[in-house]
Design a protein around this ligand. Structure first.
Ligand SMILES: [Fe+2]
Length: 194
């Protein structure tokens, strides 16, 4: 079956050994909580109004608190000022879930399984874009190949959300997008966000 994407300019330097693990985590996705279990966790946590209100909010930028996720997962409570977002990224092979606790978040995602290694730019085929809006109480789970960006499009209201990943994020690949072209810009390691 062909991928619903067209690759260009493959980075041949990663062709050999592309299947060797880059994750420092020994946990395999099959050994821990499932996406559905993470979704249950983020929804329950998003309904904890005392916890949600404990997150400091800053109009100048996102704020976050690290949480204890279930069964060794990584979890975060995140505050999003109006107009802030993540940019396009993946989750380094971890699966996960997130739920909005306050305000609303817009998610743009790709209904395509991208090759994880061996390319710098991909031209996305028509029809792979998906978008959804998650208002307070709504969440979604995602698989280990999920690529998305999340934004608070409100002009006035903060959004707050709960996120969980398993295994704990080994890395995140950050992409830029121009029209149909997705370009790998940076591979972020945990040291950069802790
Ligand atoms: Fe994400």
């Amino acid at each position: 079956m062909s991928l619903p994407v067209r690759s260009s300019a493959p980075d041949t330097t990663t062709d050999s050994g592309a299947s060797t693990a880059t994750s420092p985590s020994a946990a395999s996705p099959a050994s821990g909580p499932t996406p559905a279990e993470l979704l249950d966790f983020v929804r329950r946590t998003a309904a904890d109004s005392e916890l949600i209100s404990s997150l400091p909010l800053d109009p100048e930028g996102r704020t976050w608190i690290r949480l204890d996720g279930p069964a060794g997962s990584e979890a975060w409570l995140i505050g999003w000022p109006p107009g802030t977002g993540t940019g396009w990224h993946d989750h380094g092979g971890s699966h996960g879930a997130f739920a909005t606790a306050a305000g609303a978040l817009k998610e743009d995602s790709l209904a395509a399984r991208l090759p994880t290694e061996g390319w710098k730019t991909l031209e996305l085929a028509e029809g792979v874009d998906r978008e959804r809006k998650l208002t307070a109480g709504e969440g979604r789970a995602f698989g280990r190949h999920h690529v998305h960006e999340v934004r608070n499009e409100s002009g006035a209201e903060h959004a707050v959300s709960v996120h969980a990943y398993f295994p704990p994020l080994p890395l995140m690949r950050r992409y830029s997008r121009t029209g149909a072209v997705l370009r790998l810009e940076h591979v972020e390691r945990p040291e950069e966000w802790q």
